[in-house]
Design a protein around this ligand. Structure first.
Ligand code: UT7
Length: 326
């Protein structure tokens, strides 16, 4: 038995922040941002919209697309580093907002690899009979945790949500055919939100020092990312027993166009078979892969029978891949 994606959804805030807008906020330029990252604009969520609200339309689309109703969902997994609150989980808040039955739900933190980890978890839960239909959501409101005075990070990130409903496949040829996941806490310092947890509880000092904002060592992250993306891609394809020549689409985490191009080059995957959204949404962390997947499915790029590689890396560090036959 295989697990397949039954429906997908995505939701982006309407408000657009362009590179020209950023030029007025920090010492940067459109030329620098585009050439170093590939980003032209990103979406910014309203202050009063929490992650559970941003995720709601994406979750509804995924459930509708699966031909199901909220009562059919047996478990909810939410990948996010920007939950509504530390607890209760955004998954439980979403369960209530969707009008689902009383079902298990939890958040997990896997950085930008969240959706990949979520599909691997859901696949296992379905195969062990713990749940039949699982809603996997990735939602991030990174514009609420970036330091708007730090030009090296604030130009890179954006907000968005993506979702998928997964369930058992009737046809053994269709579904998740390969996977790989890994992690390494020895490089945790490269990308973190230092304060607000049990290590550094909120205080005037942590506020003054802006330790409640995203901190990243860009170059170190970049180098780790290119290695991780290649490893996750190669190992995922190996696990699926698929040669890269037979792969139809690559959907990489959208952190930097140069990381994407490097990954595609190492795989010998032509760029016209790579789904790109970074120019319009920036880095939306865990949401970037399901948003790109949803757009590729809805635009008709991904067709029945296509083999698609989802691959991501992120804070932790974490990295992983799913190979899915549609
Ligand atoms: O999903 C989460 C994972 N995150 C990532 O994958 C991000 C990985 N890292 C990157 O994508 C890249 O390292 C960055 C886009 C963050 C930076 O690109 P880079 O080519 O590595 O630039 P750099 O950090 O080496 O900085 C080069 C210069 C520096 O100036 P000096 O010291 O050479 O004079 C920076 O101060 O660019 C400067 N700089 C900027 N200039 C204009 C840094 N940010 C900016 C900016 N505008 N926004």
């Amino acid at each position: 038995m295989r697990t397949r994606i039954l429906g997908t959804g995505s939701n982006l805030p309407e408000k657009i922040l362009t590179n020209a807008d950023l030029e007025k906020m920090v010492d940067t330029s459109d030329e620098w941002i585009v050439s170093r990252s590939g980003i032209r604009e990103r979406r910014v969520v309203d202050e009063d919209i929490p992650s559970s609200e941003l995720a709601l339309p994406a979750a509804r689309q995924a459930i509708d697309g699966a031909g199901l109703s909220p009562e059919d969902i047996d478990a909810i997994l939410v990948a996010t580093v920007t939950p509504d609150m530390a607890f209760p989980s955004t998954a439980c808040l979403l369960q209530n907002k969707l009008g689902c039955r009383q079902v298990p739900g939890f958040d997990f933190s896997a950085g930008c690899t969240g959706f990949i980890y979520g599909l691997i978890l859901a696949d296992s839960l379905i195969k062990t009979g713990s749940a039949k239909h699982i809603l996997v959501v990735a939602v991030e409101e990174l514009t609420k945790i970036v330091n708007w005075e730090d030009r090296s990070t604030c130009v890179l990130f954006g907000d968005g949500a993506g979702a998928a409903v997964v369930g058992p496949s009737e046809n053994d040829d269709v579904g998740i055919v390969g996977k790989y996941w890994s992690g390494d806490g020895s490089v945790a310092d490269y990308l973190k939100l230092p304060a607000g947890g049990s290590l550094m509880p909120p205080s005037q000092k942590t506020l003054d020092e802006k330790l409640h904002t995203l901190h990243m060592l860009g170059n170190e992250t970049f180098k780790t990312a290119v290695r991780a993306m290649e490893e996750a891609s190669v190992e995922g394809l190996k696990n699926a027993n698929i040669d890269v020549e037979d792969l139809d689409w690559l959907i990489p985490h959208q952190a930097n166009i140069r990381i994407i191009e490097f990954t595609a080059k190492r795989l010998k995957m032509p760029m016209d078979r790579v789904i790109i959204t970074i120019d319009k949404y920036g880095n939306t962390s865990a949401s970037s892969v399901p948003i790109a997947l949803d757009e590729a499915l809805k635009s008709g790029k991904i067709k029945h029978g296509d083999d698609v590689l989802l691959v991501a890396f992120g804070a932790g560090f974490t990295w992983g891949s799913n190979v899915i036959r549609f």
